[in-house]
Design a protein around this ligand. Structure first.
Ligand SMILES: [Zn+2]
Ligand SMILES: [Zn+2]
Length: 692
């Protein structure tokens, strides 16, 4: 470690110091000093050679620039970077590499012939690849210096980069080492060390990498021509085709993310390698926005949100088949009373079936199958598949499974009534003495969801029908339990005596039921959620659990849905907000509109920042339309916010904000605007445009 720390002091001073080191600054290890020395020697020779070629030839070449303009340049001397500076200092600062006649080029690599020149910036996928590829060299250099790593390979990936290196057969990288490694990477970046491209012969390559067996194998396998390219950058020398950034200072923000192991799989025996991955950006600001976006994306992961509310309330999400034998539907009573509304499949022809099977196959008559119109019977099967104890109750099973009902075509309509739909369905199996708490829990769940959606609601309790099944005292008790739960809940409710008899359209099974009528923003009522108390289903399926006293008992089932049909709820919400979705639900949150084509690049950056933060953001750069037309168009499409960027906004890195109601919110710092939108989204306010 002592050696490594001494290296660290060296690394910022770069090559010159290494060669001129004094007693006060200890030398790097012998193999590195040799490698650096040889690189310097070859580099000096190459610089000299290039200068003399340029002078001897003194040839003028024609370069066509991105805008179509053509300029003269000097072969072997003029670099893409110099031409970028002539176009604009912004371009020179933000370009990461050039494309010369379609070939990727370092910005500092002299042009050789007539060329069609393009520039890559971080905004393009190719630009990102160059940027992250350069960053992985910085990581490699840091690993060499801090950990004494023997470098293998370090590619860019779709979102960042990684580096594989060897630390010996036993040693691994620990997560606790990442911060120190990251700090060195940041220092190396801040030191703005240039990437220097050197063409070396096979012999020179073997000499440079004589202490790295992995690179030697790569040279043997991959280098087919007489020469190959190596790059020097600070104290790093690596075999690489390039291109790279001009210097490490272009990396404004860098973060290391993970450590893991990998394997050297090239020729020879496999070797255990260590892999460190990271991500980097041109500015610290962009890195921060990415981090925020990542945290936000993790928080908003739908699997997590869905689970969050269910987990908190003790539900287990389950998935059950959609097709069952009609035997199941006979047990549940659906086949008798609900058959006409179910999609059934006739069994395949039994003759054809047996002839297609071998003679040894047992012949069994195939059952008629039917698509499930409700989840309850499947959940009863789950309850019954093993013995249950009172300790497991209440058992709450939630299921978003697809349900099919053969509705008459005349009754179908939009999202309101469909033949296939999903419910936020759940069944709670509980002991009779748990009913009151469970009902209260259901009511509370309802209220919390409806409040967020901005709905008010009314509750109606339907009591037992005159022709009820079962013991009257049980019903009496249950009705009292429900009434108490409703009283306790504190919202207004009404009583519909004798109305609680139905199980689908064909009434037959007795239920106690709380209907939930919600009112949308226009005051229109919709029946969506429901809570039903069922004594029959557990008896039909003979569901049992071992009671506290040891004797078998029947559970009670609560059927409950908060949203009801998810599709219908979507329709209700869409109509309720008239297409003007609240920000947190909106599929069109922001559109960025550049005033002219000169601002398009900045507009794209703003869009990227918003997207990285997890917001839905589009860009309207259609320069064929006037600004006011585009603003109008965005407002008609109900984008919650329009971010207009002109010359002034670009130079100050701000945005001019309007709402979909054409209210002007004025100029905002881009970072602050993103922050504010996130706040408003996370708190799920219904009127983000007014309270921005
Ligand atoms: Zn490289
Ligand atoms: Zn049910």
């Amino acid at each position: 470690m002592g050696l490594c720390q001494r290296w660290r002091r060296l690394r910022l001073s770069g090559l010159q110091t290494c060669r001129l080191h004094t007693a006060a600054v200890p030398a790097p290890p012998q193999w590195l000093a040799e490698r650096l020395g040889l690189f310097e020697e070859l580099w000096t020779a190459q610089v000299k050679k290039l200068a003399s070629v340029a002078q001897k030839e003194h040839r003028t070449i024609k370069i066509s620039l991105p805008g179509g303009q053509r300029v003269d340049a000097v072969a072997w001397s003029t670099t893409p970077y110099q031409l970028a500076q002539q176009i604009s200092s912004t371009l020179a600062d933000t370009a990461v590499a050039a494309q010369v006649n379609g070939e990727l080029y370092d910005l500092e690599r002299p042009l050789e012939t007539d060329s069609d020149l393009r520039f890559l910036t971080f905004s393009s996928a190719e630009g990102k690849a160059v940027f992250w590829h350069s960053s992985t060299h910085v990581l490699g250099a840091a690993a060499e210096q801090l950990l004494g790593a023997v470098l293998c390979r370090g590619p860019s990936t779709e979102c960042g980069f990684y580096h594989d290196f060897f630390l010996g057969k036993e040693r691994t990288v620990r997560g606790s080492e990442l911060p120190a490694l990251e700090r060195i990477c940041q220092e190396l970046a801040a030191a703005a060390q240039p990437f220097r491209r050197l063409e070396a012969s096979q012999d020179q390559l073997r000499q440079l990498f004589k202490d790295n067996p992995f690179k030697l194998r790569l040279i043997e396998e991959k280098v087919t021509g007489p020469t190959a390219i190596v790059y020097g950058c600070g104290m790093l020398v690596d075999l690489c085709r390039g291109p790279h950034l001009r210097h490490t200072g272009q990396i404004g923000g860098l973060k290391l993310l993970t450590n893991s192991s990998s394997l050297w799989r090239s020729s020879g025996a496999p070797e255990p390698l260590q892999r460190v991955s990271g991500i980097s950006f041109p500015t610290m600001e962009e890195l921060r926005a990415w981090e925020e976006g990542r945290e936000e994306a993790e928080l908003r992961d739908h699997r997590r949100i869905g689970k969050a509310e269910y987990t908190r309330r003790g539900f287990s999400e389950v998935k059950t088949p959609i097709l069952f034998s009609t035997k199941l539907w006979e047990v549940s009573g659906h086949w008798e009373h609900y058959q006409e509304d179910m999609f059934a499949l006739q069994p395949p022809d039994s003759d054809r079936l047996s002839s297609s099977l071998s003679d040894h196959a047992p012949s069994h008559p195939a059952d008629t199958l039917a698509l499930k119109p409700m989840n309850c019977p499947a959940h009863c099967l789950m309850f019954a598949h093993r013995p249950r104890s009172w300790r497991e109750l209440p058992l709450r099973l939630a299921d978003f499974g697809a349900l099919h009902r053969a509705e008459a075509s005349g009754s179908l309509g939009g999202l309101t009534r469909l033949r296939c739909f999903q419910q936020d369905d759940a069944h709670i199996f509980c002991a009779p003495d748990q009913l009151e708490t469970e009902i209260q829990g259901c009511l509370d769940f309802l209220r919390s969801v409806y409040t967020v959606l901005g709905f008010s609601f009314r509750l109606a309790l339907s009591t037992r029908p005159s022709s009820f099944l079962g013991e009257p005292c049980l019903w009496d008790q249950a009705e009292q339990v429900l009434q108490r739960a409703l009283e306790e809940f504190g919202e207004p409710w009404e009583l519909n005596p004798g109305d609680g008899a139905f199980y689908g359209p064909k009434a037959s099974v007795s239920l106690l039921q709380i209907d939930v009528h919600l009112r949308d923003a226009l005051g229109r009522p919709h029946q969506c959620g429901t809570i039903q108390l069922d004594f029959q289903l557990p008896l039909r399926f003979d569901l049992q659990y071992k009671g506290q006293a040891g004797a078998p008992e029947h559970p009670v089932v609560i059927h409950r849905a908060v949203l009801g049909s998810v599709e219908r709820m979507l329709g209700v919400l869409a109509e309720s907000c008239g297409g003007k979705w609240p920000l947190w639900l909106s599929p069109f949150q922001v559109v960025v509109i550049p005033v002219g084509t000169e601002q398009e690049e900045y507009a794209r950056e703003a869009q990227r920042r918003l997207q990285a933060a997890g917001l839905v953001c589009d860009l309207d750069a259609n320069s064929g339309l006037t600004l006011s037309r585009r603003v109008r168009r965005a407002q008609l499409a109900h984008y919650n916010f329009q971010f207009v960027v002109g010359q002034k906004e670009q130079s100050k890195r701000t945005v001019n904000i309007r709402t979909r109601d054409n209210c002007q919110l004025g100029e905002w710092d881009l970072t602050e605007a993103v922050q504010r939108l996130l706040e408003l989204q996370n708190t799920r306010v219904p009127n983000a445009e007014q309270v921005f």
